[in-house]
Ligand binder design. Sequence first.
Ligand SMILES: Nc1ncnc2c1ncn2[C@@H]1O[C@H](COP(=O)(O)OP(=O)(O)O)[C@@H](O)[C@H]1O
Ligand SMILES: [Mg+2]
Length: 226
Amino acid sequence: MSEAVLILKEVGKTYTSSSEKLTILKNISFSVEAGKIVVITGESGSGKSTLLNLIGGLDTPSYGTIEAGRYQVDALREEELTIYRRNVLGLVFQFHYLLREFTALENVMLPARIAGNSRSEAREKAEALIADVGLSDRREHYPSSLSGGERQRIAVARALVGEPLLILADEPTGNLDEGNSRMVEDLLFSVVRKHGKTLILVTHDSQLAQRGDQHYNLHNGELLCV
Ligand SMILES: Nc1ncnc2c1ncn2[C@@H]1O[C@H](COP(=O)(O)OP(=O)(O)O)[C@@H](O)[C@H]1O
Ligand SMILES: [Mg+2]
């Protein structure tokens, strides 16, 4: 039996303004085993990003607990959160967030350098991952001279280079046309499988659901196993 990389217990999120209480997530419990790909679908506004932000320590739950690796994420202080994100997570967002003044290769090397790899180790890992996403010939390019799909492929390589325990992807193809979306999805799934990584992917695209090991749907604040 594989160990759980992530465990959520009875997690909820509400936003309270002066006039109303808005329930976004209710009593969400699930766990993810090492090496699994979990796809969470849900319509726009269903709380997908909110859920990933809670797991990523970018937001705190109103109640419940979140354990990832050795960390109890909901209880971490700001400086511990930085360490948690650096040591445990690889992130891919809808927008690539590549640094414009660095080449593709330098962008991918950065998390490995921050994780303590030497320059040559970081370079070796980054080059291998850039090859995995099929962009070896573009590695010296700056983000501005890459296409949208290519930038996302570089962002996928960057998410894996620090050897994260858990990769979180929030609609990574949301800004791409259909052809590029399929290509980035294929590469994300294949590179995650090749490296035996654990992935949580949230998307409004229900077609992607079949490609994971587990599929959940977010609806009315509740997470249903599909
Ligand atoms: N800081 C906030 N304050 C109040 N409501 C918020 C806040 N952040 C998100 N929401 C609301 O939470 C709901 C879920 O948002 P989100 O998680 O971004 O959905 P999704 O990613 O599925 O499109 C939306 O109705 C959104 O307006
Ligand atoms: Mg979202």
